[in-house]
Structures are given as C-alpha cells and as structure tokens.
Design a protein around this ligand. Structure first.
Ligand code: GDP
Ligand code: IMO
Ligand code: MG
Length: 401
C-alpha cells in the first residue's frame, strides 16, 4: 500500500490532525517530517480532546507506529511532557513512538532569542526559527548528539553555556533513549515490506520557507517535498498527496491576508469555528476562502485529492464569497504573486444554505447551495474534493463518491 503525504494548503490549522486521525485507520506508520512544538493538531474522540504538538496525530490508533523524522526540531522536555500526558490518558506510547537522532534540538537559548522574531512575525515562541537558523549555520546540536562524546564541544559551538546544560541534557537523554530509532532505514525497509505510510505535515503551504508568504512564514518545509527531505524517503516512493483546506481561511500571527474579514462576519467565523490557536491560544484571523492561493498550494504540492474541513462553520452565512483573482496595482491577476501585501481580492458570490450541515455524513444530504460551492472550488483548483468534514467529531465526514 502506498505512501501518502497529508499537507496543509493554507496558513496552518486546516484540520490536518483530524484528517490524519481519520486516514490513519488504514496506515501502519504515521510520520511527522518537519517543524516542532509550534504545531497544534486537534483530534476529538467523543468528549475527549487531544492536542498534539510533537507526537504524530496517529498515536490514538493502538496498532500504529508513530515516527518523528530528522527534519524536525525537538524540545525534548516538551516531548516528554506530551508523552506523560498521553500516558496519563491511557494511551500507550512506549514501543510505538520513535524519534530520529538526526532531529535537531530546540535549546533554551533558542526560546530566549525569539523575542524579536515574535514581534516581527508573530511566531509561537517555541524556539523554531532560532533552532533552524542554527541548524543551517551548521552549529546545531542533534538529538543523537546528547548520547555521544563531544556534547560539550557541540554545545559551545552552538553558543550555549554548557555547564549545567550538559548534565541536564544527559539526564533527559536517558529518558529519551528508548524512543530513538534510525527513522530512514526503518521507513525504507517498511516500504519494501509493503507497509502503508502516512506523512503528517505541520503548519501549511503558505507558511513554507520557500513557497510561503515570506518572511511571514515558519522556518521549515511543510510542503509535500518536505516529507522526503525530513525522513530520508525518496520522492519516487510517494504515491499520493492529500491537501487539507478549510472551507474558509484563517491565519495566526502577522503577514498579508487578502480575504481577511475585520468585521462581524470575521468574528462570526472565529466564534463559530472556535478559531483560537491550539498552541498559543491566540485568536485566529478569519476570512473568505482564497481560491487563488488554494490553487497555487495544490500546484506546489502536486495535490491529488483535497480534504475540505469545517463546511459546517459556514452554515449561518446568507451569502458565501470566495476570491478568484487579485487586483494588483490596478491589474487583475490570477497567479500567486511574490508579495500578497497589496493584493485586493476579487470575489465571486454564491447564496448560502442557511441550514445545518453539521454532522452530515452523506453527500446527497448536503444542501444544493453547498454542493454548488464545493463544485466551484474543485473546478477552480482543478483537483477533486474527496472528503468533506462537517464537524470536529470522528464520524463527521462525507466520503465524496
Ligand atoms: P491542524 O493544526 O491543521 O491539525 O488544525 P487545528 O487542530 O489547529 O485546528 C482545527 C480546529 O478545527 C480544531 O479545533 C478541530 O477540532 C476543528 N475542526 C476540524 N475539522 C472540523 C470540521 O469539519 N468542523 C468543525 N466545526 N470543526 C472542525
Ligand atoms: P499547525 O501545525 C498555524 C505561524 C505562527 C507565525 C509563523 C511563524 O497547528 O497548523 P514559528 O513559531 O513557526 O516560527 O511561527 O507561523 N504558525 C502556525 N500557524 N498553525 C501552525 O501549526 C503554526 N505554526 C506556526 O503563528 O505566524
Ligand atoms: Mg493547529
């Protein structure tokens, strides 16, 4: 069975966690490939809410193996806390969760150094930018290094005051040791054995360091190519890319957002969609769906299928708008520009359905206006919508036939 990558197609928080939880039903291994504890992936199981920051969202399926790839940056204390909290909730983690020794450490100085980044970009204060900056300066410390000789030297290259920290890291290292695994050979062997792999992207395409709205991005590659870079699996082994998008758009932190609604409607989406950061608790900025950006995201990821979440949040809107082009310096453009800053959205409008879709599980039961909206989205982006999600619960999904 194939290897599939699940990627966010907007600015994060599209519902990747719940889509992974749904698709994990048929997977053997779920792998996070980039980012760190800046992610917050929510999965509801009946009345219990799980928010995953570092641990892959497949962990709730007891037979699955969950891996964290070398492309990640990991705060080991945060990881141990997450493991403890899952264990307390009765989820068995040991023997099923493994971390690549190649992943880089988020060190105390990374969090301390993030103040100015936070002011400029609205980062999550999880040390992500500084940790990746140090990695690419080739001054980083990898998880596996804590168990090797020469840790002090590496820490001093990294500019850390290593006294005290070395000891602390070695202690944490003792606890983390059972979780270490060479992810790259393990995955390549699993592929040879015909195992099914599900790669879990964090953040979203528009936050990608290369493909996103630079500089208001994160410091890693959430896009599908990142799955190869961050795990040592070659691109020829990836069979399918699944893109996750909300039926509208949200963004946390600073940066351009052409379809942002700064009025009551924006607030309605925020409240209706529970749009508050799963990691920082910050209110998410909300706006209409941007099809120009969505089409671009489908292209740069090579998306085969789209999973559309949160259709139910639009239930009360009397009219649905969506952006089909931008006005840029007075000219209409349909491509995704270098800078979104001065782009005005050009909208198309459709009548809303103004009746509940929440919990609908059959495509045929959707209101005709909702079907028209879905059809318009998929014809604009040129990709089929294969799943529509109509609520946060595990069962709230339509498999579009
Ligand atoms: P992720 O980071 O992409 O995994 O997304 P988050 O978990 O940060 O944010 C998505 C939020 O929307 C979570 O609170 C989910 O429980 C919720 N959610 C996901 N899908 C749906 C849906 O179809 N309808 C509704 N109403 N909520 C959803
Ligand atoms: P998930 O995986 C939404 C945003 C931050 C900030 C920018 C850079 O839950 O979708 P960083 O701390 O990464 O240096 O911040 O990226 N950001 C996210 N927004 N969802 C996320 O993760 C995010 N991770 C980072 O708000 O604007
Ligand atoms: Mg999130």
């Amino acid at each position: 069975m194939p290897a599939k990558v699940v990627v966010g197609l907007q600015w994060g928080d599209e519902g990747k966690g719940r889509v992974i939880d749904y698709l994990a039903e048929e997977a053997d291994i779920v792998i996070r490939y980039q980012g760190g504890a800046n992610a917050g992936h929510t999965v509801w199981v009946e009345d219990e809410r799980y928010i995953f920051h570092l641990v892959p969202s497949g962990i709730l399926h007891p037979k699955l193996i969950c891996l964290m790839g070398g492309g990640m940056v990991v705060d080991l204390e945060a990881l141990l806390e997450e493991i403890d909290s899952l264990t307390t909730k009765g989820i068995e983690v040991e023997g099923r969760l493994f971390l690549s020794p190649r992943a880089h450490l988020v060190l105390p100085q990374h969090k301390d150094a993030e103040g100015s980044w936070e002011k400029r970009i609205g980062t999550t204060l999880k040390g992500i930018g500084p940790a990746y900056a140090q990695k690419y300066a080739r001054l980083g410390v990898r998880v596996g290094d804590i168990l090797e000789d020469g840790l002090e030297e590496r820490l001093s290259f990294a500019g850390e005051n290593f006294q005290g920290l070395t000891e602390k890291l070695r202690m944490v290292g003792g606890r983390i040791k059972p979780y270490l695994k060479d992810v790259e050979p393990f995955l390549n062997q699993a592929l040879k054995e015909g195992k099914s792999l599900l790669f879990e992207g964090a953040q979203g395409t528009l936050l990608d360091i290369d493909q996103g709205t630079y500089p208001f991005v994160t410091s890693s590659h959430p896009t599908a190519g990142g799955a190869c870079l961050g795990t040592g699996v070659g691109p020829t082994k990836i069979n399918e890319v699944i893109g996750v998008a909300k039926a509208y758009t949200t963004r946390v932190g600073r940066g351009p957002f052409p379809t942002e609604l700064k009025d009551d409607l924006g607030e309605l989406l925020q409240r209706g969609g529970g749009e508050y950061g799963a990691t920082t608790g910050r209110p998410r900025r909300c706006g209409w769906l941007d099809l120009v950006a969505l089409k671009y995201a489908c292209e740069v990821n090579g998306v085969d299928k789209v999973a559309l979440t949160k259709l139910d949040v639009l239930d009360r809107a009397s009219e649905i708008k969506f952006c089909v082009a931008y006005l840029y310096q007075g000219e209409r453009i349909e491509g995704f520009p270098l800078n979104l800053d001065h782009c005005e959205p050009v909208y198309e409008r459709l009548p809303g359905w103004e009746r509940p879709t929440k919990g609908i599980r059959e495509f045929g039961q959707l209101p005709p206006q909702a079907k028209v909206y879905l059809d318009r989205i998929s014809s604009y982006i040129g990709v089929e919508i294969s799943w529509v999600f109509t609520g946060p619960g595990r069962e709230d999904v339509i498999e579009v036939g």
